[in-house]
Design a protein. Structure first.
Length: 300
């Protein structure tokens, strides 16, 4: 083994907190911290201070990998690469990772939080051995990352799977949805805040309520079936706080299978979808694992 492996600066940037780590290219973390997201005016200087101190204690940083909340420009060809765009988070619109990380004179790769988590799961978690894998978070927001052959997919920008509109029967579910843009899109109907606003409780607290679980599962299954039809992934991973509700993943499997109605047949789609639709293998470490992998990618 080399005496001095290059060090990667990794950031998992979430809406509430940033996890920052200094890691070896093999994924071993040598320093780690947690910084409140708050505003860039407080978060960015703390981030720079962490990396300065950690690299002084270990060695220079060879590359940065960032897996971030958004919307954010993730197109390496764009002049605004790494800049938050239409995020509703106060203070973050226009903030750019290069402004804080540029001082370290190392290449910077910026991708979305879900693409990062998907990459982490593909490398070391529930997506191992897959050619194509989709990772969806159902939490404060909803989003999907798709990794194919070890690379995350995008179009002119990142995907926005949380804003598809599932069928919504107002007789069964009078809640109109709460997305400021679309009302009853998936995020407006099935995110953690939507569940709380509809029932005054989290889905965890409603776990005994089969009708509530089935309703939310139906919305999520609409996305799951769409992901199958659009990307034919080898596996679907569903994480995020809402997915921890007892009985939810089972209900999503049942309803996804029913929506697909036997049309897509492949050994990957096992009867009951127990191997096909799974929860994350890395738990809460998927994001930082992916951020390290993004940084390693920048070395190439
Ligand atoms: Zn929406």
């Amino acid at each position: 083994m080399e005496a001095t492996q290059p060090l990667i600066g990794a950031i998992e940037a979430g809406g509430t907190k940033f996890i920052a780590a200094l890691a070896r290219a093999d994924g071993t973390i040598v320093a780690r911290t947690r910084i409140p997201t708050d505003t860039p005016a407080t978060c960015f200087p703390a981030l720079a201070a962490f990396f300065r101190e950690a690299s002084a204690a270990h060695s220079a940083i060879a590359a940065f990998g960032v897996a971030s909340f958004g919307p954010i420009d993730i197109d390496p060809q764009s002049p605004a690469y790494g800049t938050f765009t239409t995020t509703p988070k106060p203070g973050w619109q226009g903030a750019r990772f290069h402004d804080v990380l540029g001082q370290f004179d190392a290449p910077i790769v910026v991708d979305t939080d879900v693409n990062g988590a998907c990459l982490g799961e593909w490398l070391k978690g529930a997506g191992q051995g897959c050619r194509t894998v989709a990772y969806t978070t159902i939490g404060t927001g909803i989003g999907t990352g798709v990794v194919s052959n070890g690379r995350s997919l995008m179009g002119f920008t990142h995907f926005e799977s949380g804003h598809i509109k599932p069928p919504h029967d107002p007789a069964r579910d009078p809640f109109p949805g709460m997305c400021p843009y679309h009302g009853g899109c998936l995020e407006g109907l099935a995110s953690g805040p939507a569940i709380l606003k509809r029932w005054g409780k989290s889905l965890d607290q409603l776990a005994g309520d089969a009708a509530a679980i089935d309703l939310v599962a139906g919305y999520i299954a609409h996305l799951a079936a769409s992901l199958v039809l659009l990307h034919m992934p080898d596996r679907l991973i569903f994480g995020g706080g809402v997915m921890k509700a007892p009985g939810l993943v089972e209900a999503v499997r049942r309803q996804t299978e029913s929506l697909l109605a036997g049309y897509v047949r492949h050994p990957r789609l096992d009867a009951g979808l127990e191997r096909y639709i799974v929860t994350p293998g890395l738990g809460d470490d998927a994001g930082i694992t992916g951020a390290i992998a993004l940084g390693v990618g920048a070395l190439r």
